[in-house]
Write a protein that binds this ligand. Structure first.
Ligand code: ATP
Ligand code: MG
Ligand code: MG
Ligand code: MG
Length: 425
């Protein structure tokens, strides 16, 4: 029931306009999908949590399809581990640091290479037969970003999927790397997001091979160079400055564009496994240091980036698979003739949708705000981006009741019977 949904639009007085830095943030705040707390921290309100759970389910499918096993690691990370890898100092101000009651130093995990490698190092009996080992989690990450902005696109507390791989050799690790990149491609294509995979800098994570998955967008903070003649593309950070000819084909010119970094893959080699002594036993029962990779996806950033590129200035559009609800049924206005006489056909419609289409269970909302005009509620439904909107109007009183169905992705309007609607969905 729409009347009971907790979706507090927080711009009623229009007061916070100046803090709204991009389209997705504005639309999501205005629609009551997110609410600002402190800089770079948000309340994720119920509709957003639904979309995020759907995204996490898709990520789980793709990660598990390549052998990923899900776990959940502590966010409170001991400074000892970070001192061992020398990142306690390297991370500088980006790391949220704190102390416990005994004065021991901790940080709130911005990423988990140290934590996961320590875990795997603890297993003395890890055999080559158990590799590749792919462990991943979807958890909150904490980074004291110098400029938190653009809503969920750059938060200080955000959700990331981070996966870590352990392999027997460089060759095997590179195969794992390829399979994760392929899984990312699958995920983005299921979401209908045209991401480009670009060569990237390895930054303070380290390693020798790295790619970013970039979603082209004007507000993107990354500058990309894409060759006009071959598939080469790279983040500007990696290339010598001022370069305009393609380093791969040498004939094409590089054109600059902007992107939002939604994913990042790294081949790490033995950088962390050597430090933390994460080994496995080989055929000859000798301890060998594992070859590692790490692979991030910005879960909350993907949600906001999708809204950013798919929406119009006024109306939210989601990737179909992420829309918080699939169908919104607008019930007639109170006191109208239709309201009095259409009760049975409206109920029959809801029943038919839930019964014939099990995947729509829990996905249909009734806009029961029957004191509001249909027009006003249609406008709301358009703004919130339900893929399908069904209006119970005059047609519901016909012998075979018919309903107005608006497909929001294509902007088509149809008049369908109950069965027709079930077929469409
Ligand atoms: P950026 O260049 O945007 O600061 P990053 O390179 O520091 O990102 P990684 O360490 O590669 O980020 O983390 C993996 C993924 O986590 C990124 O590809 C991005 O999708 C997401 N991510 C990183 N920082 C943030 C943030 N502040 N808010 C939301 N998502 C983020
Ligand atoms: Mg960063
Ligand atoms: Mg980056
Ligand atoms: Mg990155």
């Amino acid at each position: 029931m729409v009347s009971r949904m907790y979706q507090p639009a927080n711009l009623r007085e229009g007061g916070q306009e100046s803090e709204l830095t991009c389209r997705s943030q504005r639309l999501m705040q205005q629609a009551g999908l997110i609410h600002p707390s402190s800089p770079g921290c948000y309340y994720y309100l119920p509709a957003t949590v639904r979309a995020m759970e759907k995204l996490v389910r898709l990520i789980d499918q793709e990660m598990q399809a390549i052998g990923g096993q899900k776990l959940d690691m502590p966010s409170l990370c001991s400074a000892e581990l970070w001192r061992t890898s020398e990142r306690w100092d390297l991370m500088g101000k980006e790391l949220f640091r704190l102390q416990d009651r005994h004065g021991a130093d901790y940080c709130l995990g911005p990423t988990h290479e140290e934590t996961v490698t320590t875990l795997v190092a603890h297993q003395a009996s890890l055999s080559y037969r158990q590799l590749p080992l792919l462990l991943y989690q979807v958890t909150r990450k904490f980074r004291d970003e110098p400029k938190p902005r653009f809503g969920l696109l750059r938060g200080r507390e955000f959700y990331m999927k981070d996966m870590y791989s352990f392999d027997v050799s460089e060759e095997a690790a590179r195969r794992t790397y390829e399979s994760v990149c392929h899984a990312y491609d699958m995920l983005f294509s299921r979401l209908g997001l045209r991401c480009v995979q670009v060569q990237a800098d390895t930054g303070n994570i380290g390693g020798t091979l790295s790619h970013e998955f970039q979603l082209p967008a004007d507000i993107g903070e990354d500058r990309l160079l894409v060759c006009g003649s071959c598939p080469f593309s790279a983040n500007v950070e990696t290339l010598p400055s001022g370069k305009t000819d393609c380093p791969r084909c040498h004939t094409g010119t590089l054109a600059e564009s902007k992107g939002i970094e939604v994913g990042h893959t790294f081949y790490l080699g033995t950088k962390y496994s050597r430090i933390f002594n994460a080994t496995f036993s080989n055929h000859q029962n000798q301890a060998v240091v594992s070859e590692m990779g790490c692979y991030g996806l910005g879960v909350t950033r993907i949600l906001a980036a999708a809204v950013e590129v798919m929406s119009t200035e006024e109306a939210i559009r989601w990737p179909g698979l992420l829309s918080p609800y699939q169908v919104c049924i607008i019930l007639p206005k109170k006191g109208s003739k239709v309201a009095e006489e259409s009760g049975a056909s409206a109920e029959g419609l809801v029943h038919a949708l839930q019964e014939s289409l099990p995947r729509l269970r829990g996905e249909v909302v009734l806009d029961d705000r029957n004191q509001m005009t249909i027009g006003k509620r249609l406008k709301d439904a358009n703004r919130l981006g339900y893929p399908y909107v069904v209006v119970v109007g005059q047609g519901a009183l016909e012998e075979t009741p018919r309903f107005e169905v608006i497909c929001q992705q294509t902007d088509e309007t149809m008049f369908l019977s109950k069965d027709g609607l079930v077929d469409l969905l």
